[in-house]
Design a protein around this ligand. Structure first.
Ligand SMILES: Nc1ncnc2c1ncn2[C@@H]1O[C@H](COP(=O)(O)OP(=O)(O)OP(=O)(O)O)[C@@H](O)[C@H]1O
Ligand SMILES: [Mg+2]
Length: 261
C-alpha cells in the first residue's frame, strides 16, 4: 500500500472535547487508510474512547475537523456516522441472546417480502453469505446466539456491523471479554476485513494484540496524541514508554502530547 497516493479513509484533525473542566480530548489528530488497522493505545482515561465516539457520532466535538475520503464530513449523531459507513463494535458483545445469527444481523432493519411479512429466507441467505465471508467454519445458524462461544458471538456482532457495507470499523476493546482462542479468532476476522479494504481503529489495552494486528499505532495520554508510528518502526518497549511517560521514540511522529525534553 502506498500511502502517499491513497486518500485517507478518515482524517480526524485537531479534535477537542471537554466535559466540565476536563479536556477529555485535546487537539488530537489521526488518520486511517483503506485496508489499514490503526491501534489506539493509552492508559485508562487517556481519551481513546472519547475520540472514537466523536467519529461514531456518539459525542459532538467542541472543535476540529473530520474528513472522510478527503471531503469534510458532517457527523453530529450516530445516524450521520452510519451514513458514512462508520460502524462500532464494543467490548460488551451487543447481540440479542435469544435469537439466531440471522435475526441478530437484521435486528431493527429486517427484510420484508412484497406482502410485508418478514423475509426469513432472504435474511438467512444473506446471513450465511456475510458470516461465510468472515468465519467460513461457522455452521450454527439455527441456534440462539447465547449458545455460541464468545468468539462466535463477536463474529455475529462484526457481521452485523459490516452487513450494511461498513467501510470504517471502530473496535473498542473487542477482545476484552474473550479467552485466548477466541481472541485469536477475532484477530482472523480483523485480517479478513483488512483484506477487503475496510479501515479499522482498534482500541486495546493489550499491546501484544495491537502489535500483531495494527499497521500503525497511535498513543494518547491526557487527551493528547503522544505520537504515531508504523508498528514496524517501533519496539514494544518504546511504545510502553510512550504510554507511561509520553516519551516519543525516533521511529514515531510526535504529537502535541509528546514529553518535551
Ligand atoms: N460522558 C462523559 N462525561 C464526563 N467525563 C467523561 C465522559 N466521557 C469520558 N469522560 C472523561 O474523559 C476522559 C477520557 O475518557 P475515555 O473514556 O475517553 O478514556 P479511555 O482512553 O477510553 O480510557 P479506558 O482505557 O479506561 O477505556 C476521562 O477523564 C473520563 O473520565
Ligand atoms: Mg475506553
Amino acid at each position: 500500500m502506498n500511502q502517499q497516493i491513497t486518500t485517507p479513509l478518515v482524517e480526524l484533525e485537531d479534535i477537542s472535547i471537554a466535559f466540565g473542566g476536563i479536556r477529555a480530548v485535546d487537539g488530537a489528530s489521526i488518520d486511517l487508510y483503506p485496508g489499514e488497522v490503526v491501534g489506539l493505545l493509552g492508559h485508562n482515561g487517556a481519551g481513546k474512547s472519547t475520540l472514537i465516539k466523536i467519529l461514531s457520532g456518539a459525542y459532538k466535538r467542541d472543535s476540529g475537523e473530520i474528513r472522510i475520503d478527503g471531503q469534510d464530513a458532517t457527523i453530529n449523531n450516530p445516524r450521520d456516522a452510519k451514513a458514512y459507513g462508520i460502524e462500532t463494535i464494543y467490548q460488551t458483545l451487543a447481540v440479542a441472546d435469544n435469537v439466531d445469527a440471522a435475526a441478530n444481523l437484521f435486528l431493527g432493519r429486517e427484510l420484508t417480502t412484497a406482502l410485508g411479512t418478514l423475509d426469513d429466507v432472504a435474511m438467512e441467505a444473506k446471513a450465511r453469505e456475510v458470516m461465510g465471508r468472515l468465519n467460513p467454519n461457522f455452521r450454527r445458524f439455527k441456534e440462539p446466539v447465547k449458545a455460541l462461544s464468545g468468539g462466535q458471538r463477536q463474529s455475529v456482532a462484526i457481521a452485523r456491523a459490516i452487513l450494511f457495507n461498513a467501510r470504517i470499523l471502530i473496535m473498542d476493546e473487542p477482545t476484552a471479554a474473550l479467552g485466548p482462542q477466541e481472541t485469536a479468532q477475532v484477530g482472523d476476522l480483523i485480517k479478513q476485513l483488512k483484506s477487503e479494504g475496510i479501515g479499522i481503529f482498534l482500541i486495546s489495552h493489550d499491546i501484544h494484540d495491537v502489535f500483531d494486528l495494527a499497521d500503525r499505532v497511535c498513543v494518547m495520554k491526557n487527551g493528547q496524541v503522544v505520537g504515531t508510528a508504523k508498528t514496524s518502526d517501533v519496539t514494544k518497549d518504546e511504545v510502553l514508554g510512550m504510554i507511561i511517560m509520553g516519551k516519543c521514540p525516533p521511529g514515531a511522529t510526535p504529537g502535541p502530547g509528546a514529553m518535551r525534553i
